[in-house]
Design a protein around this ligand. Structure first.
Ligand SMILES: CC/C=C\C/C=C\C/C=C\CCCC(=O)SCCNC(=O)CCNC(=O)[C@H](O)C(C)(C)COP(=O)(O)OP(=O)(O)OC[C@H]1O[C@@H](n2cnc3c(N)ncnc32)[C@H](O)[C@@H]1OP(=O)(O)O
Ligand SMILES: Cc1cc2nc3c(=O)[nH]c(=O)nc-3n(C[C@H](O)[C@H](O)[C@H](O)COP(=O)(O)OP(=O)(O)OC[C@H]3O[C@@H](n4cnc5c(N)ncnc54)[C@H](O)[C@@H]3O)c2cc1C
Length: 663
């Protein structure tokens, strides 16, 4: 039967070359070809089916994840996939699993913190999955405060070993993904104790389970921490608990790139900064930013397609009702999210570049850009994950009642995504790191020239007193006007915090007292980074009919939406007047009208298969109602017409009502 495209009329309206936009979204023709090929491979293989996840019990769900992970590995090996192709395949399988932590944290931790010899020994085993690793840092009592970890690694010079020990209940490792039921090894973070002295937290490679029968090794107590938020969702992951009872490991299993312990029991610190012990977190935060655009764009794709299908009110002379996407309120909630998905895509690309650059510099012993890389990865991770989690929930509401059905894909997407606001650094704690960086920058103005993302502070005198030159709504389309408003707001908020801090005798006390304001200053700085990198991206040549114009519209929507949402900051710092705010809002409305005919094509450019989207509301052909109707009948509750439990719980009730009625 020929498939009818219910969204064809929408696709015909678009004013740009969608195929060219697909390449911009993917990052390059190569990246597009890779994503396209691997996503179709996964979608066409029944072994990767995922539509029954929310109905399985935890045990069945977990076993099914183990099956899929093994099947994915077999596919990777059988098809001789490259590292890049294998990573894409895991991405499109779209199920949180122990392999995420093995490839995403265990391997990078050994690469980043291990010596050459350690890498040569452990990486080949990890690459072949002959060992499976996790990243065991967080404890029951301490997650954010890494310096507060309690697990100890005490050097025993007699045997040339470390003794890994959990001295208290609160020192139990708690949360590591893959730890609960699968990992054979962990990078465990513990306080390094040598000769009775505490040298702070360091990573150690510790074997947890037998490679023969998977039983925990002597001294290891390990298990899963229990069900998490939502059905299916992150419950495919075995987040675990782990206690060490004087577990001995050879000295050469301490990751020794940053500091070393010699055979004689001497502690040595390399020339590299101690903060490199936190290097894996910087790497993962950068990947999380890139990931935010994927999660948000999925939700936006579902909500946009469904908003074009769904009609309510406004029927004229018995004709069709209005598509809900034509309501200005729907547009003002949806289109900023569409624009954010593109903005996050480009900031993710830029952050990847920054991370590669800092890594190359570190290898050449240039540590100068490390503080900026830490601030950028921490701040952008915080900003993009918060906006994405909120955005997915908004997309659910944009889909009305049907958005609440699991078959919309949105409840599960939200439940899987929302812990990103907590893991890899609580979002508020991370913004406070950005604030520290900002306060340090302001305090050193005139002594040290700010560069990179903080370079705007060199013009602080101008930014403290400049006046917005916008006179008509269209003036807000001028990138210089937008940039200056965002720079002035960020600079003024940071300087105000620094001035308030100087009123405290004890800076740490002042920092704690003013922390809510400091977080807002950090948000302003991070929003400026995203806006400025989007504007920079548009200064490049972008091929394809109408592609650049669409991106300009999205960039302006993203920027003016932020200005509108945070107009309190812009007004109270005197960067703009109420008249400017009102003109920005007028311009925003006009931009929504420009994006409207292109909305469906802009989400088609994400090139998601129906399998990956996992949503009846977001399916490519827009044939929503028959699919919703069919899916309802597939629910196990509809296996029988009369439900189990009828005779026990319903019939006696009804009988009782009959007796009462007769009385
Ligand atoms: C492909 C996908 C890949 C993989 C992922 C797969 C699945 C994802 C799912 C789940 C994964 C989740 C994994 C985890 O959650 S692992 C655990 C993560 N834990 C955290 O993030 C803890 C957060 N806490 C911290 O990072 C730190 O404790 C802190 C908040 C930064 C404070 O540290 P502290 O030592 O006390 O630091 P300060 O005194 O504040 O700062 C000292 C000094 O160091 C600088 N600094 C801090 N951190 C870093 C860093 N990471 N890099 C560089 N520099 C850093 C800080 O700025 C300060 O500098 P000064 O110049 O001011 O001295
Ligand atoms: C799904 C999931 C997967 C995870 N996977 C792993 C893993 O693989 N490996 C691993 O080691 N860990 C993992 N974690 C743990 C995770 O990294 C921590 O939960 C995270 O770092 C937050 O720490 P916390 O739980 O201690 O929060 P807390 O620090 O206890 O936060 C509680 C509240 O206190 C606030 N707060 C804390 N400190 C401050 C402060 N200084 N100033 C102001 N407010 C503050 C926070 O903002 C938050 O509102 C995972 C967590 C989750 C949810």
């Amino acid at each position: 039967m020929e498939r009818v495209d219910h969204l064809a009329h929408e696709r015909n309206k678009s004013e740009f070359d969608v195929d060219a936009m697909k390449i911009v979204w993917a990052g390059s023709p190569h990246a597009f070809e890779l994503s396209d090929r691997i996503s179709k491979l996964v979608a066409s293989d029944p072994g990767f089916r995922k539509d029954n996840r929310t109905m399985l019990s935890r045990k069945d769900l977990f076993k099914n994840t183990l099956r899929k992970a093994a099947y994915a590995w077999k596919t990777i090996v059988d098809l001789h996939l490259s590292e890049e192709e294998a990573a894409k395949l895991r991405f499109y399988v779209d199920e949180p699993a122990y392999t995420d932590l093995h490839w995403g944290m265990f391997v990078p931790a050994i690469k980043g913190q291990g010596t050459d010899e350690q890498q040569q020994k452990w990486l080949p085993l990890a690459y072949k999955m002959q060992i499976i690793g996790c990243y065991a840092q967080t404890e029951l009592g301490h997650g954010s405060n890494v310096q507060g970890l309690e697990t100890t690694a005490t050097f025993d010079p007699q045997t040339d070993e470390f003794i890994i020990h959990s001295p208290t209940l609160t020192s139990s490792k708690w949360w590591p993904g893959g730890l609960g039921k699968v990992a054979t090894h962990a990078i465990a973070y513990a306080r390094l104790i040598v000769g009775g002295r505490d040298y702070g937290v360091n990573g150690f490679i510790v074997q947890l389970r037998s490679l023969e029968d998977h039983s925990p090794l002597p001294g290891i107590t390990v298990g899963d921490i229990g069900m998490k938020f939502g059905n299916g969702a992150y419950n495919t992951m075995d987040n675990g608990v782990l206690q060490f009872d004087h577990v001995r490991i050879p000295r050469d299993q301490m990751l020794m790139r940053v500091s070393q312990v010699t055979r004689e029991g001497k502690y040595k610190q390399s020339d590299v900064p101690r903060q490199l012990v936190y290097g894996t977190m910087v790497y993962v935060r950068q990947t999380i930013v890139a990931d935010a655009s994927c999660a948000l764009s999925r939700a936006v794709c579902i909500a946009t397609r469904y908003s074009a299908v769904r009609r309510q009110f406004g029927s004229q002379n018995g004709g069709p009702e209005t598509q809900v996407i034509d309501y200005k309120t729907q547009q003002s909630r949806l289109f900023p999210l569409l624009a954010s998905a593109y903005a996050f895509r480009f900031i993710g690309e830029w952050l990847k570049w920054l991370y590669t650059d800092v890594t190359q510099r570190l290898q050449a012993n240039d540590f100068s850009t490390l503080p900026e890389a830490h601030a950028c990865t921490a701040g952008l991770k915080s900003l993009t994950t918060t906006a994405t989690a909120d955005g997915i929930e908004e997309c659910r509401k944009l889909c009305g009642g049907h958005g609440y059905l699991c078959s919309s894909g949105l409840p599960e997407l939200f439940a899987v995504y929302v812990p990103a606001c907590t893991y890899e650094g609580d979002n508020t704690v991370l913004l406070l790191q950005v604030a520290r960086f900002l306060m340090k920058t302001v305090s050193q103005l005139g002594v040290k020239k700010p560069v990179g993302t903080i370079g705007y502070m060199t013009r602080v005198d101008h930014l403290m007193q400049c006046r917005c030159g916008v006179q008509r709504a269209e003036d807000w389309l001028n990138p210089s006007a937008l940039l200056e408003a965002f720079e002035a707001r960020a600079a003024r908020m940071s300087v105000a915090c620094a001035q308030n801090l100087s009123n405290f005798d004890n800076p740490e006390e002042g920092f704690a007292e003013l922390s809510a304001d400091l977080v807002e200053a950090a948000v302003a700085h991070c929003q400026l980074i995203i806006v400025s990198k989007f504007i920079e991206k548009l200064q490049q040549e972008i091929p394809g009919k109408g592609v650049k114009q669409q991106l300009e519209v999205l960039c302006n929507i993203y920027t003016l939406f932020l200005l509108h949402k945070h107009q309190g900051d812009f007004l109270s710092t005197g960067c703009i007047t109420p008249k400017h705010a009102s003109l920005a809002n007028d311009q925003l409305r006009s931009l929504y009208s420009q994006v409207r005919p292109n909305a469906i094509a802009l989400v088609d450019a994400f090139n998601y298969t129906d399998h990956f989207l996992g949503s009846i509301l977001g399916c490519y052909d827009g044939n929503v109602y028959p699919k919703l109707y069919e899916a309802a009948w597939e629910d196990p509750l509809n296996d029988s017409v009369v439900p189990d439990g009828y005779h026990q719980y319903i019939r006696p009730l009804l009988k009782q009502q009959i007796r009462t009625a007769r009385l």
